[in-house]
Write a protein that binds this ligand. Structure first.
Ligand code: ZN
Ligand code: ZN
Ligand code: ZN
Length: 157
C-alpha cells in the first residue's frame, strides 16, 4: 500500500504537533481516549487518524464517508467502487477449467500469468523454443544440400 497517495488527507494542524519535553507525543484527545503518550511520531499520527478519520472517499456517490486508515479507505474503494485492480486483469489463464481463466479473475501482467501457468499447470514455453531450434537445423541442412547441389552441378557441367 502506498501511504503517500493518502497522505494528502492528513492536512489537519494536529498532524504537525511537536513532542513534549520528554520527547513524547500526546494524543489531542488523551483525556477521553486510551492512547498513551508515544515517542514515535507514526504512532501519534495513527492516534490522530483514529479520531479525525481523515480518509474520505472521493467517489461521487459517497458523501461524508470517511475512514481512520488508508487501508480501510482502500478496502471500501475496492468493495464499493470496484477500484484498485478489478477489471484491469486482462491476462486470463489459458487453461479453460482454471478459475483464473474467468473474466475479471485474470492477472494484471503477462508475467504473472506465465508464472501462474508454470507453477499451477506445469506449463512450459519449450514447445516454442524447440520449434525454433529444429527450424534452424533444417535451414543449415538445406544450405549444405544447396552447396552440394551447386558443386555437383559445376562438376557435371
Ligand atoms: Zn486518542
Ligand atoms: Zn465510497
Ligand atoms: Zn490457471
Amino acid at each position: 500500500m502506498k501511504d503517500g497517495q493518502y497522505g494528502i488527507f492528513r492536512d489537519d494542524h494536529l498532524y504537525n504537533a511537536q513532542p513534549d519535553k520528554n520527547g513524547e507525543y500526546h494524543c489531542p484527545n488523551e483525556h477521553v481516549c486510551s492512547h498513551k503518550p508515544t515517542k514515535l511520531k507514526c504512532n501519534y499520527v495513527k492516534y490522530v487518524d483514529s479520531h479525525l478519520r481523515p480518509f474520505k472517499c472521493r467517489h461521487i456517490s459517497c458523501v461524508d464517508v470517511h475512514f481512520s486508515s488508508p487501508a480501510c479507505l482502500l478496502r471500501h474503494e475496492r468493495a464499493e467502487h470496484g477500484m484498485h485492480g478489478h477489471g484491469s486483469k486482462p491476462h486470463l489463464c489459458k487453461f479453460a477449467d482454471c478459475e483464473r481463466s474467468v473474466q475479471g479473475n485474470g492477472f494484471p501482467r503477462r508475467y504473472n500469468l506465465y508464472d501462474h501457468m508454470k507453477r499451477v499447470h506445469d506449463w512450459t514455453s519449450e514447445t516454442k523454443t524447440s520449434t525454433a531450434i529444429s527450424k534452424d537445423k533444417k535451414e543449415s541442412v538445406k544450405s549444405i544440400k544447396r552447396k552440394y547441389v551447386s558443386e555437383g552441378l559445376r562438376t557435371f557441367l
